[in-house]
Design a protein around this ligand. Structure first.
Ligand code: NDP
Length: 291
């Protein structure tokens, strides 16, 4: 029986996961198919329930469903429980297990971006969805001392801060309103800026005006398609000391998910090469649908 793995999200057309994961299954001779499943919010629960069937190895979950997906699984890994967000689902018999492979993937990406410099202790995170939760959990556990979360809808950032109340008790984790002057003032006292919003994914927009960006920032934009968002371009122009898109994070979270579904180490070189090809072709699986 050909096994199925699905990417559950809305939209999913921008995603490179299908090319990357299918190449990995094929390289290891695993009889499995990776499919994009565009899933509007009302269909989420039913779609996740269907994963209990024997034909499924599991699923990935992406925008905007990572937090709600966490409520529909039977059990959660430590990182999924800590973040309250699930980006990967495996099946244990008919029981569904939720994982969060974004956390380690974010950690590896930030480590790579910072390189040999000393790891900074202050960060600004834009966004308060599932991806922001992974970033904040990673920052807390990496020893950051002050993390400020800005979100268009403040209440969601406040919910995130409440969620991490206990694990962030030893440091300062704050939600702040999305006002340019407040963002500018926070950025002037931070080294690390993380974009965990989806702004820049479907259009050449930046979540914040370039004038707010001080020099010497380290900017990690979780978006990988397009490879250079307006935020990254403007950060470079402002004199950023380092910028990184979400491609390494995509590769790392995907490799960890592959291992969870198959029990085998992911063929990283094959996956990396597929990502290179997808980037060079400038396409997601169904390019154009998002444009
Ligand atoms: P969610 O849908 O859960 O959250 C989206 C976030 O973007 C929210 O904070 C939302 O704010 C914000 N947002 C959306 N539109 C706007 C806007 N016009 N102005 C300001 N803020 C806006 O998505 P995820 O958290 O799952 O993903 C966020 C991004 O991170 C996506 O681009 C995703 O592709 C990327 N990502 C990349 C990964 C990788 O491996 N590279 C892994 C995970 C995510 P509000 O709450 O106010 O609506």
């Amino acid at each position: 029986m050909t096994r199925r793995v699905v990417l559950i999200g809305h939209p999913v057309a921008h995603s490179f996961s299908a090319q990357m994961q299918q190449a990995a299954f094929d390289a290891l001779g695993i009889d499995a198919r990776y499919e994009l499943l565009d899933t509007p919010a009302p269909a989420l629960q039913e779609t996740i329930e269907a994963l209990r069937g024997e034909e499924y190895l599991g699923a990935n979950v992406t925008i905007p469903h990572k937090e709600r997906a966490a409520t529909f699984v039977d059990r959660k890994s430590e990182d999924a429980a800590a973040t309250g967000a699930v980006n990967c689902i495996t099946r244990d018999g008919r029981r569904l297990v939720g994982h969060n492979t974004d956390v380690d993937a974010f950690r590896i990406s930030l480590d790579t971006l910072v390189g040999k410099q000393k790891m900074p202790r202050n960060a600004v995170v834009l966004g308060a969805g599932g991806a922001a939760r992974a970033a904040v959990h990673a920052l807390i556990t990496m020893g950051f001392q002050r993390v400020v979360v800005f979100n268009r809808h403040l209440h969601r950032a406040e919910g995130l801060v409440r969620h991490f109340g206990r694990s962030a008790a030893h440091m300062e984790l704050r939600a702040m309103p999305w006002h340019e002057s407040v963002i500018e003032s926070e950025l002037s006292r931070t080294r690390v800026l993380v974009n965990a919003t989806s702004v820049g994914l479907a259009s050449d927009e930046s979540p914040i005006p370039g004038e707010l960006l001080p020099p010497d920032l380290l900017v990690l934009d979780m978006i990988y398609n397009p490879p250079e968002t307006r935020l990254l371009r403007e950060a470079k122009a402002a004199g950023a000391s380092g910028v990184m898109n979400g491609e390494l994070m995509l590769l790392q979270q995907g490799a960890a998910a592959f291992q969870l579904w198959t029990g085998q180490p992911a063929p990283m070189d094959v996956m990396r090469q597929k990502l290179d090809e997808a980037r060079e072709a400038g396409t997601g699986a169904n390019a154009g649908e998002l444009a």
